[in-house]
Ligand binder design. Structure first.
Ligand SMILES: C[S@@+](CC[C@H](N)C(=O)[O-])C[C@H]1O[C@@H](n2cnc3c(N)ncnc32)[C@H](O)[C@@H]1O
Length: 395
């Protein structure tokens, strides 16, 4: 067994993997359930596919399950409930032959246990980039689905990944994992080889790479690239532990891309849950009172709800920020309620097309309609009337 392969086999499950798996499973469950409902309502293509490009060997040193098996369990449960899909498919790649061999073994055990042949899987021992044409065909063969890209550090080349998904993921959600620590460390003392790898991971040029503020560039580059695919892009960071103590640093980063605001919320709720569960830290809402919201609207210069939502998710969803500022996790539901409250109190003025406002009270808007899409959120214009008494909330 070569050194690299050994590393993958001895993989002890770490805190960051727990967090990653929690976010994957909660979001995947919701993605499948929303797709199931929509598909049943519209009577469209009734297949749903899960893609795991860096599938791993299916298990960890302590016997816990890897991502493909966790997803298999969710699919099996789903089939026993109100399932509309004819088939649930899994397309899995890992470039190590030994990993795929083990994964196939574990999946066939599951298959026997569930005794249900509606979950079809294919696990290929290949570098995903070398079979991207085949993966693209599978993407196009099923409208609904979920794509998970779980690299170790600089193994996911962003441009080919965007090319793979472009025009093939309209109704699919995308989750990608980045080890920010590795990227920033390599950025600090990069040799030519590292520069090349980081540029490919973030889809940046060598000139862009030389920017001093790597942290800013890192986030904005990812968000910009994923925005080519989807309406809502959420990036969250989380820490790791050393000697069972939390390290106050953004080590890992997950990007989630979707067109569904409901899914954004379920991703953010899972993030909040992970912070409470593993970080032993409960995000507090107390700082985010109406006064704070006014300051944030002013600071961000947001003209509508969509701009505000993007600003807040982009600027405050760092674990470091959450710990230091006791910020909350800004689900769209929470934001929409706050805006409504401020409007009713006369602190902001809202305007929107007639159909979004209540006829008898134009300080109130129809929350369900507004939260349907980013386009609708854009149409809810906001303007601060009563300037906050305090200065800027965050330096
Ligand atoms: C972090 S592990 C995946 C863990 C897995 N997703 C889980 O949660 O159980 C990354 C895997 O990617 C595989 N890998 C690395 N580069 C790859 C590539 N270009 N194509 C496919 N697999 C790759 C490695 O062999 C390794 O098993």
């Amino acid at each position: 067994m070569d050194k690299r392969n050994k590393k993958y086999f001895n993989n002890e499950k770490k805190l960051q993997t727990d967090i990653k798996h929690l976010l994957l499973t909660e979001t995947f469950k919701m993605s499948l359930s929303i797709a199931n409902g929509k598909c049943a309502a519209f009577k469209t293509d009734n297949n749903y596919s899960y893609f795991d490009l860096f599938a791993g060997n299916g298990e960890f040193g302590n016997g816990e399950q890897g991502s493909p098996l966790l997803v298999y369990d969710i699919m099996a449960n789903h089939l026993n409930s109100r399932n509309y899909f004819k088939n649930l498919r899994m397309i899995l790649t890992d470039k190590e032959v030994a990993n795929i061999k083990n994964l196939n073994k574990l999946l066939s055990i599951k298959e026997k246990q569930t005794n249900d042949n509606r979950i079809q899987y294919i696990a290929e021992a290949k570098d995903w980039e070398l079979c991207s044409n085949d993966i693209k065909k599978c993407l196009n063969a099923s409208s609904w689905g979920f794509v998970f890209a779980d690299q170790y550090s600089t193994e996911l080349h962003l441009q080919p990944f965007i090319d793979l998904l472009q025009d093939s993921c309209r109704l699919k959600d995308v989750l990608a994992f980045y080890t920010y620590r590795t990227l920033s460390r390599q950025h600090g003392r990069a040799c030519d080889n590292d520069v090349d790898r980081i540029c490919k991971t973030l889809n940046i040029t060598k000139e862009q790479f030389e920017t001093e503020d790597f942290s800013e560039k890192f986030q904005s580059q990812l968000i910009e690239n994923y925005s080519k695919l989807k309406e809502f892009i959420i990036g969250v960071s989380f820490p790791t532990t050393v000697n069972k103590k939390l390290i106050t640093a953004d080590y890992f980063y997950l990007v989630f891309a979707t067109n569904s605001l409901k899914l954004v919320d379920s991703f953010l709720n899972a993030y909040e849950k992970a912070l409470k569960l593993y970080g032993n830290y409960a995000p507090q809402h107390k700082l985010f009172e109406n006064e704070d919201m006014l300051n944030i609207i002013i600071d961000s210069n947001s003209k509508n709800l969509s701009e505000l939502f993007i600003y807040i998710t982009k600027n405050f969803l760092s674990w470091k920020n959450i710990i230091n500022n006791h910020l909350f996790v800004p689900t769209s539901d929470y934001l929409i309620n706050k805006i409504q409250e401020l409007s009713v109190q006369g602190k902001i003025k809202i305007s929107a097309p007639e159909e979004f406002l209540y006829k008898n009270d134009s300080t109130k808007f129809k929350k369900a309609e507004i939260s349907k899409s980013r386009k609708n959120m854009e149409q809810l214009k906001i303007e601060v009337i009563e300037k906050s008494s305090q200065g800027k909330l965050f330096p």
